[in-house]
Design a protein around this ligand. Structure first.
Ligand code: URA
Length: 239
């Protein structure tokens, strides 16, 4: 079935018709390898390959869910013993969906669930350095000099030191002997936040991811619930 190129791209998540027109004008859209300068043109997505920035546009509508993961669930599609994050999702295409990256069983917060393999691949690529921000409660009173250590990268027992990370000490509580911190890392190593804090002598007591790339966990999303990403959020993620 034929449809207008601009409508097709808008439906595929490339923004409003006006935004799509801009992308076309910027010569970023190709039909079967040829730049198209005309949004009114009729195309047949089943017969032709439409690409934006050299990436083919999928005709299959994809799903993007933002889950507020509670503690107690493992990040996996299935597990013989434990509850998985997928147990929290009710979708007719659940079999195709998977979590992007991993949060530990006791970690809460933002987890992206999708069926978009290429996007997941890009977001998790070690070359992309996609930022991930965590809020944590750690044992003891963190001192400001930790910020420099995190910024310089540190040895946490891996082959290479960590990439520079941004640490903000939100508050310290000497009477109760804990600190609240915000930490942005640009990798996704196993237990990375816990191991980085451990390396400067602080144990993570509570961990929650509050941002992943351009996505931010909305406080109104209760633990265990999820929502679809907005068109704008999908676009920002896939940029
Ligand atoms: N770092 C950790 O230590 N645990 C997580 O779940 C995520 C990042």
């Amino acid at each position: 079935m034929t449809e207008r190129l601009d409508k097709f791209l808008a439906n595929a998540g490339f923004g409003t018709r006006t935004e799509v027109k801009k992308i076309i004008k910027q010569k970023r859209v190709k039909i079967d390898g040829e730049i198209s300068k005309n949004g009114d043109i009729k195309i047949d997505p089943e017969q032709q390959i439409i690409s934006v920035d050299e990436k083919p546009v999928s005709t299959q509508k994809q799903e993007y869910l933002l889950l507020h993961k509670p503690a107690g669930y493992v990040t996996a599609t299935r597990d013989n013993l434990e509850k998985t994050v997928m147990d929290l999702i009710d979708s007719p295409i659940k079999d195709r969906l998977f979590p992007v990256g991993r949060l530990d069983k006791d970690t809460e917060g933002l987890l992206l669930i999708t069926d978009d393999g290429p996007l997941a691949h890009r977001l998790l690529s070690p070359k992309k350095h996609v930022p991930k921000t965590y809020y944590a409660k750690v044992s003891g009173c963190m001192e400001e000099n930790c910020c420099a250590q995190f910024r310089e990268g540190m040895d946490i027992g891996d082959e290479k030191p960590t990439l520079p990370a941004e640490l903000e000490i939100v508050s310290t509580h000497p009477e109760e002997n804990y600190s609240e911190i915000r930490l942005t890392i640009h990798e996704g190593r196993f237990h990375q936040v816990k191991r980085m804090c451990q390396a400067v002598g602080h144990e993570v007591l509570y961990l929650k991811r509050i941002a992943f790339g351009s996505l931010i966990l909305d406080e109104s999303l209760s633990k265990g619930s999820y929502r679809r990403l907005s068109q704008q959020e999908i676009e920002n993620l896939t940029k």
